[in-house]
Design a protein around this ligand. Structure first.
Ligand code: ZN
Length: 405
């Protein structure tokens, strides 16, 4: 660390146009802006493959060894996590920030410390726990707002996109903001941020540049709700595994680049072909598999309903911005169909009633319809412009990219 600091201090002293950045040093000359973010020592990488230096700023030596020569199943999830970051400069900055000054940082340890899976796992039968214990699962910065259960040569792994969590977080601000006294301008911005995440236009730098600091009691509520939604999604992917949906006959191969933004490698992934029945079954089993904790079961059911309601708004928007999409995605059941199917299978005592669900879907559909006609129709360019949107009443001062964050 101090070696790195010494290096930056020398640059600052010697280069006339150098100035301190939030991470490292900026050097400006004419139209060129050079951002030095860190120092990698070749001596640390001896014996590793030539491209190891690309991973070194956010991986430990052991991480890199595992990524380059995966041996056990968990190495494959680590590989997906690292490949999601390596070709994306902004994500590298996000992970440098997460790393901070920690000397013994490792990407694997970082994701392990964020382990949120145990709550869901512990609620399952001993038999299912045993079947799932060995299935590596958790977050990765996948490009699409999605989760996936995929098959590797050593077995199945589950990855849940961090941008999906970001999406749910902002949709929750939108949906519950009014109850917590937020202004309409802020709930609208939260909706806009979420839909821009879904469409791929919002930059993945929430760690670096907060979109707004919300009151603690609301923030706590949001974290716990988003976490329940994450657990439902995890349960859904676990159900695909438990139900044997990744049998060879249903698998197809795709380039990993369909899931990772800017990914330049040639790795392939295998996942299963979507079908209405399998999706309905995975939704239902995610909840059915929970044993003996009816309160938690109801919480997960409602988390599922909310998640699917939010997906319905995004389906409307993506169909509007990309009319050809409908024919491509016709094999996916619509989120509303999934909600109604789940409701019909679930014990009536648990979760939102059918009437509550229908009212909420109607409200969200109307809001989205209004958004399309009154906002998006006139603001197409700004909606699709890559960058950041803020919550106006909770972001007092806009910060300068690279200099301040
Ligand atoms: Zn599924």
């Amino acid at each position: 660390m101090s070696e790195e600091q010494d290096f930056f201090d020398r640059i600052l002293a010697e280069a006339p146009n150098a100035r301190r950045a939030s991470q490292g040093v900026l050097i400006e000359s004419g139209n060129v802006l050079l951002h030095l973010t860190g120092v990698i020592k070749h001596s640390d990488l001896e014996g590793l493959s030539d491209d190891a230096s690309f991973y070194a700023s956010f991986c430990s030596r052991e991480d890199i060894e595992r990524i380059k020569k995966p041996k056990v199943l968990s190495d494959f999830l680590l590989q997906i996590r690292a490949e999601a970051i390596v070709d994306n400069p902004r994500l590298i900055r996000v992970f440098r920030k997460r790393k901070g000054n920690k000397k013994d940082w490792s990407l694997d340890e970082y994701y392990k410390s964020k382990f949120k899976e145990s709550i869901y796992l512990k609620s399952l039968s001993k038999g299912n726990q045993k079947k799932l214990e060995k299935i590596p699962a958790g977050s990765a910065y996948l490009d699409n707002v999605n989760a996936t259960c995929m098959k590797t040569v050593s077995g199945n792994i589950i990855a849940i996109s961090e941008s999906l969590e970001n999406y749910l977080y902002f949709m929750n601000i939108f949906f519950y903001g009014d109850d917590f006294g937020l202004d309409q301008a802020d709930t609208f911005s939260a909706y806009l941020i979420a839909q821009r995440i879904m469409a791929g236009h919002e930059s993945y730098d929430f760690d670096l540049d907060s979109r707004g600091e919300l009151p603690t009691h609301f923030e706590d509520f949001l974290q716990s709700l988003t976490n329940l939604q994450y657990q439902f999604i995890l349960g859904h992917e676990y159900a695909h595994h438990l139900l044997g949906h990744l049998n060879d006959s249903r698998l197809f191969k795709e380039d990993l680049s369909i899931m990772l933004n800017a990914y330049q490698g040639d790795m392939k992934i295998q996942h299963y072909k979507y079908s209405h029945k399998l999706e309905y079954d995975a939704d239902w089993h995610a909840i059915k598999n929970i044993k003996g904790n009816s309160l938690y079961k109801g919480d997960i059911a409602n988390a599922a309903f909310l998640t699917l309601m939010y997906f319905e708004t995004s389906r409307l928007i993506l169909d509007y911005t990309n009319p050809m999409r409908g024919s491509i995605h016709s094999s996916h059941p619509s989120p509303t169909d999934r909600i109604l199917k789940l409701r019909s299978r679930l014990n009536n005592k648990r979760g939102f009633s059918r009437e509550q669900l229908e009212n909420n879907i109607e409200y969200l559909t109307k809001y989205t319809d209004h958004f399309l006609k009154e906002y998006l129709a006139f603001n197409f360019d700004s909606f699709e412009k890559y960058g950041s949107v803020y919550l106006p009443n909770y972001k007092k001062k806009l910060l300068l990219d690279r200099v301040e964050f």
